[in-house]
Design a protein around this ligand. Structure first.
Ligand SMILES: *[C@@H]1O[C@H](CO)[C@@H](O)[C@H](O)[C@H]1NC(C)=O
Ligand SMILES: *[C@@H]1O[C@H](CO)[C@@H](O)[C@H](O)[C@H]1NC(C)=O
Ligand SMILES: *[C@@H]1O[C@H](CO)[C@@H](O)[C@H](O)[C@H]1NC(C)=O
Ligand SMILES: *[C@@H]1O[C@H](CO)[C@@H](O)[C@H](O)[C@H]1NC(C)=O
Ligand SMILES: *[C@@H]1O[C@H](CO)[C@@H](O)[C@H](O)[C@H]1NC(C)=O
Ligand SMILES: *[C@@H]1O[C@H](CO)[C@@H](O)[C@H](O)[C@H]1NC(C)=O
Ligand SMILES: *[C@@H]1O[C@H](CO)[C@@H](O)[C@H](O)[C@H]1NC(C)=O
Ligand SMILES: *[C@@H]1O[C@H](CO)[C@@H](O)[C@H](O)[C@H]1NC(C)=O
Ligand SMILES: *[C@@H]1O[C@H](CO)[C@@H](O)[C@H](O)[C@H]1NC(C)=O
Ligand SMILES: [Cu+2]
Length: 588
């Protein structure tokens, strides 16, 4: 058999092009697989059988395609956390916001459009709490031919912080909904899926990071826990934060840090200590330190190579007290953008849309005080006193096809009532929220300043707020009530960090700015899944602009739809008005 030289050359060339083509393609098969942790085995949902799920490796500016096959028994959606997806809310993922869930047996081809993001992001399920096991890292390298704004690290390691529940996660949520209380807490935290040495039946599988003295490691750290902010530290070593949420920062050297669910950090670890075994450890940061919470500690081991007798057990790092708000706020408040020639910032300076959102915990009465929340009441949560209720048809579909009666457009710019938001003794009647499915409509290109104000209703709490479709500049943060006269004078408009998830401090405020230049439907929510489930979420609709680039793309052909579930009586008659509906299309 003769094989022509051209065929061989062609094969070599095709390999070459396979590796540098701009549109990598991934296959995600959602399926149930048994996993054993903490001495007990349960079936968990995974992608391709992996827990944590597969890492996506991409370059800045890539567009990638992921075919998601749902071979599990639950409705599911997948979200690409921190990817702005310009004009393409269709494959963003949050259930009942931009799509109906992918039903068991169904498939959805999701396009992920990267633009300015560079560093670390992640992907996770965005339906119920399925992200407890369905999550993975997304590593975004600089464009080919460009480099990091720091010396090239010798190796890069994803560090996914997560949690483990002995109970089935769907049962946890069902129980929580039924009882109206807080439900169960996680039983362990994990590093790369492993609880570590301090838990039963876990020691043999503890994650080990082998290092060589003199080398520098880029840790790509993601907090994928369902419910907890985490303190993190490595014994004997300071680490240097150089990026967060796929945007570079001025280097920040610390002996420990705090990371909220949804946040991602790029951290340099220099292996510059005497060869030994050192624990890396994480535990909860929570202001509810007297209440119930997962107070366990997860560990992994940093192991130097070479001949030596390691300390046994490995050296343990200092971690602050569970409720050390000062330590947490000091760290988060110290982030600064690089803001240099190669990484210029673009903070909106002229604001035309001012928004003020109160973030509150709420309670509502239950018949015969039968719920397991405080005083037999049921827990809810709200933004501007509206506890968000998921619609049956997703908002994007209702918006695009002008389906009436799905959502209202009256999400308020300001809370209905101004009171001392952070007072110690707020009257109980204020804890009752309004239920609603309201959106805030933004004109294309509007410049938005949004101040989050944490309230002390029921109990103050930190809230890691996450916005889909945008990165925003964090221009100010403080404790107590926001002062409209004084606080804006102290804004950082020079080198504010660019984020997609940020901790609004307990009984404090935080101000962000962004330009609404991404047409579509974009979810905003607390990244504690409990708070999100209770209604601490809201939706922005950014209208189409004039030019073709300023318009939403067309829906994908295999878009999971809830449309058929609801009979449409009138074709176009809609309560939203033609000004809001971008296109009138009759759905087939
Ligand atoms: C799955 O999603 C469909 C479409 O929204 C919905 O009708 C159905 O009730 C969901 N099933 C479950 C178990 O949530
Ligand atoms: C919480 O989890 C435990 C097992 O870990 C289980 O026995 C219990 O029923 C669960 N629910 C509640 C409300 O505690
Ligand atoms: C580690 O960083 C802290 C600041 O967070 C500094 O005070 C300390 O000296 C540093 N330690 C080492 C060993 O460099
Ligand atoms: C964690 O909480 C349990 C009971 O809730 C308590 O017995 C234990 O001492 C706590 N552990 C730590 C490390 O605080
Ligand atoms: C942390 O909790 C302890 C009790 O567990 C309490 O004494 C202390 O005041 C709390 N600290 C803060 C900063 O709230
Ligand atoms: C953090 O703490 C240091 C040392 O106490 C202080 O100088 C700095 O201003 C604090 N930064 C923030 C943002 O709180
Ligand atoms: C609001 O409440 C806080 C906490 O109790 C208190 O320190 C502050 O003085 C109050 N502010 C006003 C304007 O009453
Ligand atoms: C929220 O709305 C409910 C219902 O209208 C009202 O009873 C409650 O006082 C409001 N609370 C606040 C903080 O605005
Ligand atoms: C939106 O803003 C961009 C950048 O500032 C500008 O180039 C563009 O013309 C604006 N478009 C509209 C419709 O205002
Ligand atoms: Cu929250």
């Amino acid at each position: 058999m003769k094989v022509s030289i051209f065929k061989i050359l062609g094969f070599v060339l095709s390999l070459f092009f396979y590796h540098c083509q701009a549109s990598p393609h991934y296959k995600f098969v959602v399926k149930e697989v048994p996993y054993t942790r903490l001495c007990s085995t349960k079936n968990i949902l995974t992608i391709n059988g992996q827990y944590p799920g597969p890492t996506l490796y991409v370059h800045k500016g890539d567009t990638i395609v992921v075919d998601v096959y749902n071979r599990g028994n639950y409705n599911i959606t997948i979200h690409w956390h921190g990817v702005k997806q310009p004009g393409n809310p269709w494959t963003d993922g949050p259930e009942y916001i931009t799509q109906c869930p992918i039903a068991p047996g169904a498939k959805f081809r999701q396009k992920i459009i990267l633009t300015t993001e560079e560093g670390t992001l992640w992907w996770h399920a965005h339906s119920q709490w399925l992200r407890a096991t369905v999550y993975g890292a997304m590593i975004i390298y600089p464009k080919l031919g460009t480099s990091y704004p720091f010396a090239k690290p010798d190796a890069e390691i994803p560090i996914l912080l997560g949690d483990w529940w002995i109970q089935d996660i769907v049962e946890v949520v069902d129980e929580l909904l039924l009882s109206g209380g807080e439900g169960n807490y996680s039983n362990a935290f994990t590093i790369n899926g492993q609880p570590g040495d301090l838990y039963p039946c876990s020691k043999q599988d503890t994650f080990r990071l082998k290092v060589e003295r003199g080398l520098t490691y880029l840790l790509r750290i993601i907090n994928s826990a369902v419910q907890d902010m985490l303190f993190f530290s490595i014994a004997g070593h300071n680490v240097t934060l150089v990026g967060s949420d796929a945007s570079y920062l001025k280097p920040l050297e610390r002996s420990f840090f705090v990371i909220s669910p949804g946040q991602t950090f790029d951290v340099l670890l220099e292996a510059n200590q005497s060869p030994n075994h050192y624990y890396m450890a994480a535990k909860s940061y929570t202001v509810a330190a007297q209440g119930v919470f997962d107070n366990t500690t997860t560990t992994a081991i940093v192991e130097y190579s070479g001949n030596y007798t390691p300390s046994s057990p490995p050296l343990f790092p200092y971690l602050p007290e569970f409720n050390d708000t000062y330590a947490a706020a000091n760290f988060t408040g110290s982030f600064r953008s690089l803001a240099d020639k190669e990484h210029p910032i673009d903070v909106p300076m002229e604001i035309n849309t001012y928004l003020f959102h109160t973030l509150s915990m709420n309670t509502v009465p239950c018949p015969t005080n039968s719920c397991s929340g405080p005083n037999g009441n049921k827990f809810l949560a709200s933004v501007n006193n509206i506890s968000f209720v998921n619609p049956e048809i997703d908002i994007l579909e209702a918006y695009y096809y002008c389906i009436p009666g799905v959502f209202g457009t009256w999400f308020p710019d300001f809370p209905p009532l101004f009171y001392n938001f952070t007072a110690d003794d707020l009257p109980g009647y204020l804890e009752l929220p309004t239920l609603g499915t309201e959106v805030k409509i933004l004109e294309y290109n509007s410049t938005v300043e949004l101040v989050f104000q944490g309230t002390n209703l029921f109990q103050g709490s930190d809230h890691p707020m996450h916005l889909h479709g945008f990165s925003f500049y964090v221009v100010g943060v403080g404790l107590g009530n926001f002062d409209n006269e004084i606080d804006p004078l102290k804004y950082n408009l020079v080198d504010p960090p660019l984020s997609n998830t940020i901790i609004v401090p307990s009984n404090g405020w935080l101000a962000i700015r962004f330009k609404a230049d991404n047409p579509g439907v974009w979810y905003m929510h607390c990244h504690f899944d409990r708070h999100m489930l209770w209604g601490m979420d809201a939706v922005f609709i950014v209208k189409n602009g004039e030019s073709p680039e300023a318009k939403m793309s067309l829906p994908p052909s295999d878009m999971p739809s809830c449309y058929k579930a609801v009979p449409i009586t009138s074709k176009v008659a809609n309560s939203l008005g033609p000004d809001i509906c971008p296109i009138y299309v009759e759905k087939k």
